[in-house]
Write a new protein. Structure first.
Length: 307
């Protein structure tokens, strides 16, 4: 029943965007995107339903819930409100959109770690289909750290090639593909890197995952620093279409965009390494607490550790 109501709401919003687009408030879509609209609202529905079906010992805490909801809200805001219009008329706003889709929102969703909750809230046929998909060779290949890093970097940096970016901005289909590929690459990467489980059942150790989250920073720094510091106008599309804020020059707009692509993602990559190291520390502490010496074994205190 709730799924049907969301579908009806999507039809109504789509019609409103076609018939009276100028009268719609800021929080309505600038361009209605059915996969994004339905994906966000259905995911929210299934998450809340899954929470209600999850017993307290296994229920995510308020911090994880807050991160997940913040990530979902970020995706919806940059793709299904009038912010999308602004992102098509200023390069630095476009980079805010891209960084939200590829970094911030997937990072928050991964911190929220929602697979079990969504599995309990989603329809059974969808849970079975996702389980079958996760068991395929392709899914196992792309969930390896190296392919996940490669996909993340390609979906982030390919669209920054000036000619490719220009083509994407003038082609609605390619523009949608750019945004959705950034989101897909970010989700794939951060769900692997920020998996809170130890190895096993996770495929890689905390240290390996933290290192992967940190190492992808360096290619991004090289590209974004060039964008921020070069004197060339790399993205002429925004001059041709008309900038939303005419008092911001093309050079300053590009510098701001490069800094946005450079500094916040770098901070998050460093945070991923810290999260991995902290998870490793906590796992070692738990292993020490749970360790039971075998009968007859002698345990010596390591006084030099200070513990």
């Amino acid at each position: 029943m709730a799924e049907a109501l969301i579908l009806l709401a999507a039809i109504a919003v789509d019609l409103a965007c076609r018939v009276v687009p100028a009268q719609l408030p800021y929080l309505f879509p600038f361009i209605f995107n059915a996969p994004v609209f339905l994906g966000c609202w259905l995911t929210l529905l299934w998450y809340l339903r899954g929470l209600s079906r999850t017993a307290p010992p296994h229920r995510p805490g308020p911090v994880r819930r807050g991160f997940f909801l913040a990530g979902l809200t970020g995706i919806y805001f940059v793709l299904q409100t009038h912010f999308e219009y602004m992102a098509q008329h200023m390069f630095f706003l476009n980079r805010i959109q891209a960084v939200t889709l590829g970094m911030v929102a997937p990072f928050c969703i991964a911190i929220g770690w929602m697979p079990d909750v969504l599995r309990r809230g989603a329809p059974s046929w969808l849970s079975r289909a996702c389980g079958a998909l996760a068991a395929t060779r392709a899914a196992r290949f792309f969930s390896h750290l190296i392919p996940a890093m490669a996909v993340f970097l390609v979906t982030t940096d390919f669209w920054l090639i000036p000619a490719v970016h220009f083509a994407a901005m003038i082609n609605p289909t390619l523009y949608a593909a750019m945004n959705l590929s950034c989101l897909a690459g970010g989700l794939l990467f951060w769900l692997v890197v920020l998996d809170p489980r130890p190895k096993p059942p996770a495929r890689f150790s905390y240290l390996a995952r933290g290192a992967a989250g940190f190492l992808v920073m360096f290619p991004q720094i090289a590209i974004s620093s060039y964008i921020a510091l070069t004197s060339r106008d790399l993205y002429s599309f925004y001059t041709l279409c008309g900038r939303l804020f005419p008092n911001i020059s093309p050079a300053y707009d590009q510098m701001l965009g490069g800094l946005i692509q450079w500094i916040p993602p770098g901070m998050m990559n460093t945070a991923a390494l810290i999260i991995g190291l902290n998870a490793l520390r906590l796992a070692d502490q738990k292993a020490e607490q749970d360790f039971v010496p075998p009968p007859g074994a002698k345990v010596y205190d390591a006084k030099w550790t200070g513990r």
